[in-house]
Design a protein around this ligand. Structure first.
Ligand SMILES: Cc1cn([C@H]2C[C@H](O)[C@@H](COP(=O)(O)OP(=O)(O)OP(=O)(O)O)O2)c(=O)[nH]c1=O
Length: 187
């Protein structure tokens, strides 16, 4: 399969599931349209990522793309731009529930299917030093919402409802089930 993503976590997860993964990141700009809700945004982006990589392929391999955002107070939190931005995102998440939405897309020739998975995550109350120490670890900078649940960021999380893997960027069981369904439909 072709993975239209530069995320090392997505690659690892697909390899753990036994796939031989060829990585071809896309360069789609990640900017929500005016009045675009978070789920619609992630669905549009993963579809655009898949289509842009598929259009330059001369193989008939399946292409997988995904997009993950954190949502708090209807605001989309993507990857932080700098230290201060990461601190302000973590302050917003402190002591409250938020949602993590991952949409993924399988595409081959004119077959394209998108699915979205929403997970709820609750953070402990975080004091300023905990937030600053965490941001200084460097872990938040390439992650939506400025945390990684799979790393040190796991210490910020009190509770989760839904798919852990989806928070990390790919709900692997949904992803593999959809591929199996698409394969059996094409027979
Ligand atoms: C909330 C959270 C996000 N993330 C990551 C998953 C995604 O890689 C990233 C969100 O950014 P995305 O734009 O979804 O993905 P990406 O930029 O890493 O890769 P590409 O656009 O090429 O597909 O945040 C974690 O690793 N752990 C977490 O707990």
């Amino acid at each position: 399969m072709i993975l239209a993503s530069g995320s090392p976590r997505r690659r690892e997860m697909m390899e753990q599931m036994g796939f031989k993964v060829h990585v071809r990141p896309s360069d789609i700009p990640e900017i929500p349209d005016e009045n675009e809700g978070p789920m619609a945004y992630t669905r549009r982006l993963c579809e655009e990522k898949a289509r842009s990589v598929s259009s330059n392929l001369d193989s008939d391999l399946w292409v997988l793309a995904a997009d993950t955002v954190v949502v708090q107070d209807e605001k989309i939190l993507e990857k932080p731009g700098d230290f201060e931005h990461a601190v302000s995102m973590l302050k917003l998440l402190s002591g409250r529930w938020h949602e993590v939405i991952t949409s993924f897309c399988w595409n081959r020739a004119d077959v394209l299917r998108v699915e979205s998975v929403t997970t709820r995550v609750k953070f402990w109350d975080l004091d300023a030093k905990t937030i600053a120490d965490y941001v200084n670890s460097g872990e938040p900078m390439d992650k939506a919402g400025a945390y990684g649940i799979q790393g040190l960021g796991g210490l910020l999380v009190e509770e989760i409802e839904g798919s852990f893997h989806s928070v990390v960027g790919l709900p692997i069981s949904h992803v593999v089930r959809m591929l199996n369904a698409l394969e059996s439909e094409s027979k």
